[in-house]
Design a protein around this ligand. Structure first.
Ligand code: ATP
Ligand code: MG
Length: 468
């Protein structure tokens, strides 16, 4: 398919990051997209709008992905109709969003997202008097509801490869920003002045990395250059939006490569400040644990299995825990409360940056708590743990820690065997534990160092028994 694209579409190789007002028009013979590859619901939305007298096109990721022979995740439509006009055309449509108003047209489980053509913002006074557009002092766009023409819409899109418009009726592609050239050369290139476009919306830095990882493209050098410098601008992005973006970054099946790019462009530490510190202070373990978790996530997604964001966040943050536990212990806090407190502090801080909802933070804590409980298997405890709904996630997390090099005295192997053992073998395994110290309990750093208070208590013989 790509071969057809390359041979049929020849254009001069000059750099032209600025969109033109007359598009390059590619007829059906000049591009490889076939109408049959497109959701029939998306086509019906476009045709319906066109019949009602509006301009309407498929745009964005779906056109880009079809050109690259990738199955599109979803289909986005751009139209000259306003959100209210779109809603009036469809019974199954809902207007959503405030910063950026859109219409969702529902067909069972499929949603076709319809956006009205937007224009770049008016500048200065004109903008100040508008309640449709707004920026803050650094130029960040706060409201983006200034409607415009198709040409305007192409200019305000983020990357050239995302500004290709496909008309399923005529089967033409309209290219205003030399997107076809960048598809062929496998480049993620911002439209317009990169610095200004990142200042307008710093999330575009994350999007550049996401598309580079997903498509295996390079970020064009002028688009790559400002990222490290402007990475701290992500601090101003609302934490709820960053949560959505982080899920897209790590749950699209390319998380491992995405992580490498985020680190390379100094974006990772902006999203996960404590984990960024852990990467500096304990690079080998931190990187290994995160990488193992991301490889596992990618594999599950490619196999069509479910993944839980809680497990992912539990892994991304785990390497940041030991330093905090140690700090609290050095102030005299006993190990278990120190672990609890460190976990609480870490999650609270992280949520200020990325608004991880409670339905995920609670299971993160449960997965971590499981790490304290899995070593304690005597009596009926092992069987009770097996019945715990969080056992599986906790056990998988234990195996992850072991793969990253944490020493747990083969606790993972013990649990693997226990799950598959007969009742009598289980009883034997529990009896065999008697007299042994509880393996792998807690974090490695806790074993290495005790607070002076504890050392004293231990010396005074107050802390006998199992230490639970
Ligand atoms: P995918 O859906 O595969 O993740 P996509 O390119 O379709 O990729 P969406 O987030 O669905 O990404 O956005 C649809 C289109 O809207 C993009 O292709 C782009 O043209 C435009 N767009 C999205 N976000 C921005 C942004 N922050 N700035 C400018 N244009 C944007
Ligand atoms: Mg999309």
């Amino acid at each position: 398919m790509l071969k057809k694209l390359f041979t049929s579409f020849r254009s001069p190789l000059r750099r032209a990051p600025h969109p033109r007002s007359t598009p390059e028009v590619l007829s059906s013979r000049q591009h490889p997209i076939n109408r049959n590859e497109i959701s029939r619901h998306a086509i019906s939305v476009v045709e319906r709008l066109q019949r009602a007298g509006y301009q309407a096109y498929l745009v964005g990721g779906c056109v880009r992905d079809l050109l690259l022979d990738i199955e599109p995740k979803d289909f986005d439509v751009a139209t000259s109709a306003t959100p209210e006009q779109v809603r009036a055309e469809f019974r199954n449509a809902r207007v959503i969003g405030r910063r950026f108003k859109l219409v969702h047209v529902h067909f069972g489980r499929e949603i076709i997202e319809v956006a009205t053509f937007r224009a770049n913002h008016p500048q200065g006074e004109e903008e100040e008097n508008s309640n449709l557009a707004a920026r803050n002092e650094s130029g960040r766009i706060l409201r983006d509801n200034v409607y415009g023409t198709l040409e305007d819409d192409a200019q305000r899109r983020d990357f050239t490869i995302n500004a290709l418009y496909y008309d399923p009726t005529q089967e033409h592609i309209l290219d205003y920003a030399r997107g076809m050239h960048d598809v062929r050369n496998r480049l993620v290139r911002l439209i317009g002045d990169p610095e200004q476009r990142y200042l307008e919306d710093p999330v575009r830095m994350l999007r550049a990395v996401r598309f580079a990882a997903k498509l295996d493209f390079d970020i064009e050098k002028h688009s790559a250059e400002p990222i490290r410098r402007l990475a701290p601008m992500l601090r101003d992005i609302p934490s709820a939006r960053l949560f959505d973006e982080v899920l897209k970054l790590f749950l699209s099946g390319y998380a491992e490569y995405t992580f490498d790019l985020l680190v390379e462009f100094d974006l990772f530490a902006q999203l996960f400040p404590a984990s960024g510190e852990a990467l500096k202070h304990n690079p080998e373990f931190t990187e290994k644990l995160i990488r193992e978790a991301l490889i596992n996530t990618d594999d599950r997604i490619h196999d069509g299995k479910s993944v839980t964001p809680a497990f992912l966040f539990a892994a991304l943050l785990w390497p940041a825990l030991p330093t905090r536990v140690l700090q609290l212990q050095s102030r005299g806090m006993p190990p278990i409360p120190a672990m609890q407190e460190a976990a609480h502090e870490l999650i609270t801080e992280q949520c200020q940056r990325i608004a991880v909802p409670k339905r995920f933070t609670i299971p993160i804590r449960e997965i971590w708590d499981m790490q304290e409980r899995l070593p304690r298997r005597s009596g009926k405890r092992a069987d009770l743990l097996l019945e715990n709904p969080r056992f599986r996630a906790g056990y998988d997390f234990l195996l992850l820690r072991e793969r990253a090099g944490e020493k747990t005295e083969d606790l993972g192997e013990w649990w693997t065997e226990y799950q598959h053992a007969s009742d009598s073998l289980r009883r034997q395994m529990i009896r065999d534990l008697a007299g042994k110290p509880e393996a792998g309990s807690g974090n490695a750093p806790r074993k290495r160092r005790r607070s002076s208070g504890q050392r004293k208590r231990k010396a005074e013989g107050e802390n006998g028994g199992s230490g639970e």
